[in-house]
Ligand binder design. Structure first.
Ligand code: ATP
Ligand code: MG
Length: 612
């Protein structure tokens, strides 16, 4: 069993320097090997500025800090983070923590159109909730490693001018269509733009006109001048700046030209003195450009050398789950779910509301590990991590989700009319120190409808006429029959109580029974709304086939029932997790559960039901 508790140092990006794996007992992986090699060889210990001291002022992290591993998590603030991001967060912040380094949270906000401050705050909250932060109060002083790419727009502009001056960039005035055609394809080299041979002076003048708003959106772009015949299409003079008159949530209307992501990202890494720039595999083909650009800027002394390097890992694909912010946004805007925090959503806020804990997500990330080849992780791995972290800590409770009344017909005679009898049960079977919970049994109790069968199938040991079962933590009873309505639906089950058989009393072993059923007292149970969530998609690999992912939604992903739960649960605070005996894990809803209104979400059942 893996401990749900975070490691001693706390899951922060700030732990004191420590040699990693042996002490952390973490399985090695290719990223750990790269980091360990760089630390051993002092790859970044010699990092130094190439340029004038004034250049250092541009560097977000101040003076070089050669001893540290410096990683970053760079979300684009265009939606809420999801389970795939949790993998990346755990990887980056976790590696930084394990190697005594730091991890930056950086908003990659170079695209003015889609970004929003709502997303910025939601991302900050999600990373904090996962147990990580970006403050570093280490030997080099107090650092707050929270950055936004848009803060570097001035530097990026300057870097672009440097590329022009050094003959490494040109303004291209071809139409988008002309550029597309001249790019070539996998089998054919591209052809040079007629604007490619302009002088640096001409290009600089043009680029400044772009900046000053003298040209229409889309009328020209700045391109890196690399090689139109490169076998890597990303190296065929990629665009690095475009004209776009759009309001930016951080820089307002200051700019009408914006850097392209592929140009901006390496610069952000270099300015922050990132050592290992870890990203998902789809960026593998961008790595040559990443290196090309930073090599040029190192030559010009604009960034410190050696510059950061990019390493790619396989993104998380989880069965029955969408991990694309754009598609998740569509579910929200089309009201297919109640919001980003709908408990069926794989967003961090959704998972949290569903009842997931940071510890469960850490264990999940730990178990799936990190590799260099794409694959699908079975959803049961996520639920397994949840059960394994909740089982040791979740208080137990009884709940009846599909209630039918059971009447103990001899109660008045054997126990006394109107009398209630005390029952108790451990809060947690393995933690006696957590004490006991108490509730009462009376003449009428709620039981699960499925615990009664008129004519039992083979192997059914619960209630059927003539059979004896134990009411868990209570007495042994013998079923005598049931009443049905006009439709044949059972409306009441009857049984007789066998005196002196209550659990925990000397007589409890007198009668052996094969069945034990859960129940709550009609007298003291609390009515609760219970939301039974199921997978949001019917298809294991949503959005990957012929069909639109919107058509793959599971119409039965939510069933709301009126249940009865143990009396103590009425006072549970919002966000408290329980194991309902026999049923699985449930959490009081952090939005709708209030005094006087008990609302539970099912986090997951007791056992894996996904394989079926
Ligand atoms: P989405 O398609 O969901 O918007 P994205 O890659 O565009 O994903 P970003 O905000 O750019 O979203 O992602 C921030 C970081 O999280 C990136 O480094 C990215 O590689 C990583 N990331 C995104 N999705 C996954 C995933 N499914 N598994 C692992 N890492 C991911
Ligand atoms: Mg992205």
């Amino acid at each position: 069993m893996t401990s749900p508790a975070p490691s001693k140092a706390g899951p922060k990006g700030t732990a004191a320097a420590a040699p990693a794996d042996k002490e952390n007992h973490k399985p090695s992986n290719f990223l750990r090997q790269i980091i360990e090699k760089d630390l051993a060889e002092g790859t970044y210990a010699t990092r130094r500025w190439g340029g004038s001291p004034g250049d250092a002022a541009h560097h977000a992290s101040g003076q070089p800090d050669p001893a540290r591993v410096r990683l970053r998590f760079p979300p684009e603030p265009n939606g809420y983070l999801h389970i795939g991001h949790a993998k990346s967060i755990y990887l980056n912040f976790g590696l930084a923590r394990d190697y005594g380094g730091v991890c930056h949270l950086r908003f990659d906000d170079t695209n003015p159109e889609k970004e929003d401050t709502e997303y910025v705050s939601s991302i900050i909250e999600a990373v904090k909730w996962l147990g990580f932060d970006w403050e570093n109060n280490g030997p080099s002083g107090n650092e707050c490693n929270l950055y936004q790419a848009s803060d570097y727009f001035d530097f990026m502009y300057r870097a672009a001018e440097y590329l022009i001056e050094s003959g490494n960039a040109y303004v291209d005035e071809q139409t988008a269509e002309e550029m597309r055609l001249s790019r070539g394809d996998f089998g054919h080299p591209g052809t040079n733009s007629p604007f490619r041979s302009r002088t640096p002076e001409q290009n600089l003048a043009r680029f400044r006109e772009m900046r000053d708003g003298l040209h229409e959106d889309g009328s020209m772009v700045l391109r890196a001048k690399i090689d139109m015949a490169s076998p890597n299409i990303n190296m065929r003079d990629p665009a690095i700046y475009r004209i776009r008159r759009a309001h930016h949530h951080n820089t307002g209307d200051k700019w009408c030209i914006y850097p392209m992501y592929t140009f901006a990202h390496p610069i952000e890494d270099a300015l922050e003195q990132i050592t290992h720039s870890i990203c998902t595999l789809e960026f593998e083909d961008q790595r040559p450009f990443y290196d090309w650009l930073l090599d040029r800027l190192c030559e010009g002394g604009l960034v410190a050398t050696p510059h950061p390097h990019q390493y790619e890992f396989a993104r998380l694909n989880l069965t029955y789950v969408l991990t694309s912010k754009r598609k998740l946004a569509q579910l929200v805007y089309d009201h297919k779910v109640t919001g980003w925090d709908d408990p069926r959503m794989p967003t961090i806020v959704g998972l949290r509301r569903r009842g997931y804990t940071p510890e469960a997500l850490h264990l999940f990330a730990e178990r799936i590990g990190v590799t260099k080849s794409d694959s699908w992780i079975d959803y049961s791995t996520l639920e397994g991590a949840l059960r394994d972290t909740l089982d040791p800590i979740a208080p137990r409770a009884m709940a009846v989700l599909d209630p039918v009344k059971l009447v103990l017909t001899n109660w008045d005679t054997v126990m006394g009319a109107g009398k209630l009898d005390d029952c108790s049960a451990p809060v947690h079977p393995h933690h006696p120190e957590l004490g006991k919970r108490s509730f009462k049994i009376g003449k009428e109790v709620w039981i699960e409808r499925t615990d009664f069968e008129e004519t039992p199938p083979k192997g059914f040991f619960r209630l059927f006429p003539g059979n004896k079962v134990r009411l868990k933590y209570g007495h042994v009873i013998e079923c005598t029959g049931a009443t049905r309505d006009a439709n044949g639906q059972v409306t009441e089950v009857q049984a007789t109580l066998i005196p002196d058989t209550k659990s925990g009393t000397p007589g409890s072993d007198a009668i052996k029974v094969k069945g034990v059923i859960t129940w709550v007292g009609v007298n003291d149970a609390v009515q609760a709304e219970v939301r039974l969530y199921d997978r949001l998609f019917k298809e294991a690999h949503p959005g990957t086939g012929e069909k639109d992912f919107m058509e793959e939604l599971n119409p039965d992903s939510l069933k709301v029932v009126t249940a009865y739960v143990e009396p103590s649960l009425a006072s549970a605070p919002a966000g408290q997790r329980f194991q309902f005996e026999r049923h699985g894990y449930f959490v009081t809803d952090i939005v709708d559960h209030k005094p006087g209104k008990t609302v539970f979400n099912r986090v997951t059942g007791m056992k894996d039901s996904w394989g079926k």
